[in-house]
Every structure is written in structure tokens, then in C-alpha cells.
Design a protein around this ligand. Structure first.
Ligand code: SAM
Ligand code: SF4
Length: 354
């Protein structure tokens, strides 16, 4: 991977200057993909239990990982030809990509300008949040499952809680609002912490979203009976705060996966993402590009479309756009986790991009 110096950036983007795309990424069920998730690397400096094994996971060969120029080209095709309006950079851990500031500045210069978001574990964000915001990053989701240093070490297998907390503070200070916090609860490890996490989020001025654990871990250890369900999370929170359903939220929700509840007496909202127990596939507007250039029309897809091979074989933008349209057209109606025939994809979450 080459390291490029960040470009100084003057914010002139007019993200609302939307131009009708030449073609829409429409599937057979009428859903249109506009939200592109791009994994920048499958590597990570944590080893969260629900995502990776303690050791033994092979990384993608470096030569297979897309260069910055290749990533920008593919995203440019998505944004200028195919109606992609939001780009979320993720991984693995995207902050491991040294030239992230440069990449974000390059994406912010596209026209029409996409909305640019980042999902990160927050390690290293303390130093970089201001520069990332300056480059054109608008929003950040930071993963944090516990406020207890020992539990953090057990759950992520690394003693880095303070780094993550410093990253959250820096993101808020850099104006990357709303800062959203993603939390996964594991039974017997951190599931008792849900109310504490809500209190902390209210004090810190961030929006907390609990995500049901999904069968996407590299070691295939997910068990439905072990999963802390959305209903359990709601029940646990309700013993400490009154959660009020906002009828307007359902109408506003659109493709957003989180069901939002207001903490009574405050303006603070808590999200619960019931990805397994109440799937929201019918409203999905996402498409994913892996770090090695494979297009996936669903997190749980068992097929991929190899954009890297086309790119490196000299395909034109038009040919790549055609391939992309065809790949989205075959998207299945749902993830199928609840079907007896469900098979977990071979590629783990860390190599897909969550
Ligand atoms: N490393 C970054 C991070 O942790 O935010 C970005 C990549 S990570 C794969 C993206 C999100 O996926 C994180 O919020 C993480 O908690 C979530 N995640 C990972 N494995 C998961 C699983 N098995 N079920 C539900 N969420 C998961
Ligand atoms: Fe790394 Fe994110 Fe997976 Fe945790 S969830 S191991 S931080 S990629």
C-alpha cells in the first residue's frame, strides 16, 4: 500500500447537487442500492470475540488489496454513474490505512459529492479525527461494547479501552456529528452493561445503538440460543429508563436499520438493531465492496462479483458499471438467517466490511 500525504482541503462540496444517475442499482424486488460500504482492509488491531478468533486468521494477500487509485475509481463509477449517494469506509479496521485522509479528500472531491462516513474501532482516532473531518469526513460510527477495562480486554483480546474512549471524545470535538456508538452484547460477558452504556452515551453526547450479534464471525461460533436478542436488550434497558417509541420514527426510518427509542424526559435516543430477530432486508439500500475488490449485494451473500479482475484487465468504466448493475440485480429478498437452510457466508464480517 502506498502512503500518500493528505491534501489540504477547502470545504466547497455541495453534496445536495444531485444529478440523476445514468442507471440505478435496482434489484428484482424493486430495492435501489444507494449506500456503498467499502472495506479498506481486512486487518485489525483488535480481535473482538464476535468477529475474529484469537489467532490464526489469514489476511488477504497485499497484492489483492485495492490501491487507493483503484478504490477511488470504483467509487467514482458508483457515484457518477450508478446513483451511490453515501459511502461508508470500514474494514477490518479502516484507520490502519495510513492514507485515509487522502482517500477521503479524493472522495469528497467527486461530483456529485457523496456523503462520507466511517465505521471504526476508534483506536488512533484521537490523533486523526480533526484531520479526517477536515478532509471531508461527515459522520463516524465507533464500536464500543463495554466501559470496563477488564471486560474490554476479554472481549477484544487487547487492552485498548482508553484509546477508544479518547477516540470518541476526539470525534465529538471534531464535530463528526452525530457520533454513533455500535455495541454488541455477549451473554455473560457484557450483557449486564446495557444500562450503563446508555448513561454514558447520554453524558458524552453520542447516540448508542445495540446490534444483535450476527452469524458472521470468522470462527463460525455464533449460536442463536446464545444471542442477546433485541427484546432482551429492550427489557434490560426498561428496568432503568423509560423508553418511548416515537411514532414519527417509523415513518422517518426508511432504510435505517435501528429502531429508535427516546429516553423519557430527555432528547436522547437509543437504537436497537434487530438484524436477526426482526430483519429489515425489505428496505435495504446497501451494496458492499470488499478490500480485495469483490462486490457483494448483501452481507450474507454467498456469491461475489470480481470488480478487481475487471479493473486490472483493463475494463472501461462502462463495462464495470454494467457488471455492478448485474451483480445488484441478483440480490436475494432477505438474508435467510431464520431459514433452516441458512448457510453462513465463507467470508467473515472483518473481510466483508460491516
Ligand atoms: N473495525 C471497525 C469496527 O469495529 O467498528 C469496522 C469493522 S467492524 C466489522 C464493523 C461493525 O461490525 C462493528 O460495529 C462491529 O461491532 C460489528 N460486528 C462485527 N462482527 C459482528 C457480528 N458478528 N455481529 C454483529 N455485529 C458485528
Ligand atoms: Fe476488528 Fe472491528 Fe472485527 Fe472488532 S469488530 S475485530 S474492531 S474488525
Amino acid at each position: 500500500m502506498t502512503t500518500l500525504l493528505p491534501l489540504p482541503r477547502i470545504r466547497t462540496a455541495d453534496p445536495s447537487a444531485a444529478v440523476a444517475p445514468e442507471r440505478a442499482l435496482r434489484d428484482a424486488y424493486g430495492r435501489v442500492a444507494t449506500d456503498l460500504r467499502v472495506s479498506l482492509t481486512d486487518r485489525c488491531n483488535l480481535r473482538c470475540q464476535y468477529c475474529m478468533p484469537a489467532e490464526g486468521l489469514d489476511w488477504l494477500p497485499r497484492a489483492d488489496v485495492l490501491t487507493d487509485a483503484e478504490i477511488v475509481r470504483l467509487i467514482r463509477i458508483g457515484v457518477t454513474r450508478l446513483g451511490i449517494t453515501t459511502v461508508r469506509l470500514t474494514g477490518g479496521e479502516p484507520l490502519l490505512r495510513q492514507d485515509l485522509e487522502w482517500l477521503i479528500a479524493a472522495l469528497a472531491d467527486l461530483r456529485p459529492a457523496p456523503r462520507i462516513a466511517l465505521t471504526t474501532n476508534g483506536i488512533g482516532l484521537a490523533k486523526r479525527a480533526a484531520r479526517l473531518a477536515d478532509a471531508g469526513l461527515e459522520r463516524v460510527n465507533i464500536s464500543l461494547d463495554t466501559l470496563d477495562a477488564q471486560t474490554f480486554k476479554k472481549l477484544t483480546r487487547r487492552p485498548r479501552l482508553d484509546d477508544v474512549l479518547a477516540g470518541v471524545e476526539a470525534a465529538v470535538a471534531a464535530g463528526l456529528r452525530p457520533v454513533k456508538i455500535n455495541s454488541v452484547l455477549l451473554r455473560g460477558i457484557n450483557d449486564h452493561e446495557a444500562p450503563m452504556l446508555v448513561q454514558w452515551a447520554m453524558r458524552t453526547g453520542v447516540q448508542l445503538r445495540f446490534i444483535e450479534q450476527m452469524p458472521l464471525d470468522a470462527q463460525h461460533s455464533w449460536r442463536r440460543s446464545e444471542m442477546v436478542t433485541a427484546a432482551e436488550i429492550h427489557e434490560s434497558l426498561s428496568q432503568h429508563v423509560n423508553l418511548v417509541e416515537d411514532p414519527a420514527d417509523a415513518a422517518r426510518r426508511g432504510s435505517a436499520p435501528a429502531e429508535l427509542f427516546r429516553v423519557e424526559g430527555t432528547e436522547h435516543a437509543v437504537g436497537i438493531i434487530a438484524a436477526v430477530s426482526r430483519p429489515f432486508c425489505g428496505a435495504c439500500d446497501r451494496v458492499r465492496l470488499t478490500a480485495d475488490g469483490q462486490l457483494r449485494n448483501c452481507l450474507f451473500s454467498r456469491t461475489e462479483s470480481d470488480l478487481r479482475a475487471s479493473l486490472r484487465a483493463g475494463a472501461t468504466d462502462e463495462e464495470i458499471a454494467d457488471q455492478w448493475v448485474r451483480a445488484v440485480a441478483t440480490k436475494l429478498p432477505g438474508h435467510g438467517i431464520n431459514d433452516p437452510s441458512f448457510l453462513q457466508p465463507d467470508r467473515p464480517m472483518s473481510a466483508i466490511g460491516g
